[in-house]
Write a protein that binds this ligand. Structure first.
Ligand SMILES: [Zn+2]
Ligand SMILES: [Zn+2]
Length: 265
């Protein structure tokens, strides 16, 4: 099974999965390599969940596990960084300070509101709220171009009212600019299968965006289930091989100390 390069453990405040449960599940699934990418969302608005972890402790716990499981699976240490426009410098410093193998740059907030919350969608048409999300993604990735991959580009669609009416072409101007920026800066585009889990019938981003990325010259796809518990690790990976090949891709990218390597799809 493909290497899962986006999943969470109990270091993420929205997961209770013990790290070793996730590792053992990946071994059972036959993955040869995985990368743990717990949530680090600096300056997240106060609430029930912090979306932050202690990075020293993260490495202190994960390093010995790399050794413990080395004969069974190659464990990489990554992070999913939540970008906000004001965090560019802080994230760049954090990226340099810690020896991560891989950093996903994700947009979970638009003007400090999470599209996961019903509140985000109030007071304006869905198309306007989605456009604001895509514009924020573009602003954010420009603020933190060190990211190795752009996480779940159309994440907000998972939570949109009337999401069956979603057509990425309504936002193609800003999505094209984002994709061109990724290509110029050698940032991968993530194919995140949690879109299927959310009932969208497509990964994040949707097939049309993946095809458009390829058309514009994009080659570098990373894969992640975004699983927050073992049952969801690698979920729907059986559906994306053909989907991605149909979009013109034949390889996907894994990382070691931010250096990319490709594997066949
Ligand atoms: Zn995310
Ligand atoms: Zn995630």
């Amino acid at each position: 099974m493909y290497c899962d390069y986006h999943f969470h453990t109990c270091f993420s405040s929205d997961s209770t999965a013990p790290v070793e449960d996730q590792i053992r599940r990946a071994i059972v699934l036959g993955m040869t390599q995985i990368c743990i990418t717990d949530h680090q969302d600096f300056d997240f608005p106060p609430g029930e969940l912090t979306f932050q972890f202690d990075t020293e402790e993260y490495f202190r716990i994960l390093r010995p596990l790399q050794e413990k499981y080395r004969d069974q699976i190659c464990l990489k240490i990554g992070v999913e960084l939540g970008i906000q426009p004001s965090l560019g410098e802080k994230l760049a410093a954090y990226y340099k300070e810690y020896p991560f193998d891989y950093c996903i740059g994700s947009t979970h907030l638009v003007r400090r509101m999470d599209p996961y919350e019903a509140e985000y969608w109030k007071g304006r048409p869905v198309t306007k709220a989605l456009r604001e999300y895509f514009e924020e993604v573009f602003t954010n990735i420009q603020a933190f171009p060190d990211a190795d991959s752009l996480g779940h580009l159309d994440y907000a669609v998972r939570y949109a009212p009337n999401r069956e009416g979603y057509d990425w072409k309504n936002y193609q101007d800003v999505i094209d600019e984002t994709l061109k920026f990724l290509i110029r800066k050698d940032i991968c585009l993530e194919c995140n299968t949690a879109g299927f889990k959310a009932g969208l019938g497509h990964p994040n981003p949707t097939e049309g965006i993946l095809k458009r990325y390829k058309e514009l010259g994009g080659e570098a796809i990373t894969l992640g289930s975004d699983g927050h518990e073992p049952a969801y690790l690698g979920q729907h990976f059986d559906r994306i091989g053909e989907l991605l090949k149909g979009c013109g891709f034949h390889e996907y990218v894994i990382f070691e100390k931010h250096r990319p390597r490709v594997l066949p799809l």
